[in-house]
Ligand binder design. Structure first.
Ligand code: SAM
Length: 305
């Protein structure tokens, strides 16, 4: 999760744009890597846990319209489809040939809501379309200028997107515009200032965190700012949850945080000492590994007039 956060779009999207100029095949491969990263992050225990919490906090019901800003490959869209779609009626069992299939049940969607995913990256949008039911509307669009009408959605989620944006305040103003009065939004983002990796060379651990916050993630402390920014945008904040994401397995941490890639970039740019950083990486890989960061989820309403 973190890594998709850290490198997820900063490193990979940055590289993606560079590679697009070189070869569309390279770009496809890199999109695949990013999707694989997001997929993996979503299957980790903390990833599953906070995504479940976000879905519950959205309080979805059949018939509602729900928006996922920065939907990526559509990981969270099918769960939202299920939640805004009335369950099939069990009263209309088939009596003809269909009855041979004991599981055949007539669907009677009394109330079918709308699920809309928006992502700036056309590759992500394509992947989301490939994975989601055709009823899901996937739009290529920018969080700073959402391609949606005023007050057109009942619920919205923004999951690990604001940390990457050029202007989070503008994105929240857009969110406020498209969510109807009385509607609910849920947001999630990490606070990379809190990234703490245990090692006897505390100075290198701190330098690594400073490199991440200063050079890898655009809005590295956005997690702690979510409530303040939502309030400033006109939302009423109802809940702020901070949880510690802890890794005690090096391979799992590396899959998410990508310490070797990030540290290498750090010493190549002169921000980290190469000798100390290589020794630091070796010790981390040898274990035992302990490291983590704080992850924020916030729920808010657009006040009704
Ligand atoms: C870390 S991924 C999270 C994806 C998804 N929300 C999830 O939880 O799996 C961030 C996503 O935000 C998208 N994104 C970045 N900047 C954006 C922008 N300005 N407008 C819309 N989407 C953006 C990226 O393309 C990427 O798919």
């Amino acid at each position: 999760m973190l890594r998709d956060t850290i490198h997820d779009q900063l490193v990979l999207a940055h590289n993606l744009h560079k590679r697009r100029a070189i070869s569309p095949h390279s770009a496809d491969t890199l999109i695949g890597m990013t999707v694989a990263y997001l997929d993996h992050a979503a299957t980790t225990e903390p990833g599953r846990r906070y995504k479940r919490s976000l879905l519950e906090a959205l309080d979805l019901r059949p018939g509602l319209t729900v928006l996922d800003v920065g939907c990526g490959p559509g990981t969270d869209l099918p769960g939202m489809v299920a939640a805004v779609t009335h369950p099939p009626s069990r009263s209309g069992r088939a009596s003809g040939p269909e009855a041979l299939c004991s599981e055949h049940i007539y669907a009677s969607p009394l109330s079918v809501g709308r699920v809309i995913g928006v992502d700036r990256d056309p590759g992500m949008a394509d992947e989301a379309r490939r994975r989601c039911p055709s009823s899901v509307e996937i739009l290529v669009g920018d969080a700073h200028e959402l391609p949606l009408d005023d007050a057109s959605v009942d619920r919205a989620r923004v999951d690990r997107v604001l940390q990457h944006l050029a202007d989070p305040e503008r994105a929240l103003a857009e969110l406020h515009r498209v969510v109807r009065p009385g509607g609910t939004v849920v947001l999630a983002d990490p606070d990379w200032d809190t990234l703490a990796i245990a090692d006897p060379d505390t100075a290198t651990s701190r330098a690594y965190t400073r490199y991440v916050t200063g050079h890898v993630v655009r809005n590295a402390t956005i997690g702690r700012e979510l409530a303040r920014l939502l309030h400033a945008a006109g939302f009423a904040v109802v809940e702020v949850v901070a949880e510690s994401i802890l890794f005690t397995d090096y391979a799992e941490a590396e899959a998410i945080l990508r310490m070797p890639d990030v540290a290498r970039r750090g010493w190549e740019s002169g921000a980290l000492d190469p000798h100390a950083s290589r020794a630091w990486l070796s010790r981390l890989a040898a274990g035992p590994f302990v490291g983590g960061f704080t992850f924020y989820t916030v729920k808010a309403h657009r006040p009704a007039p």
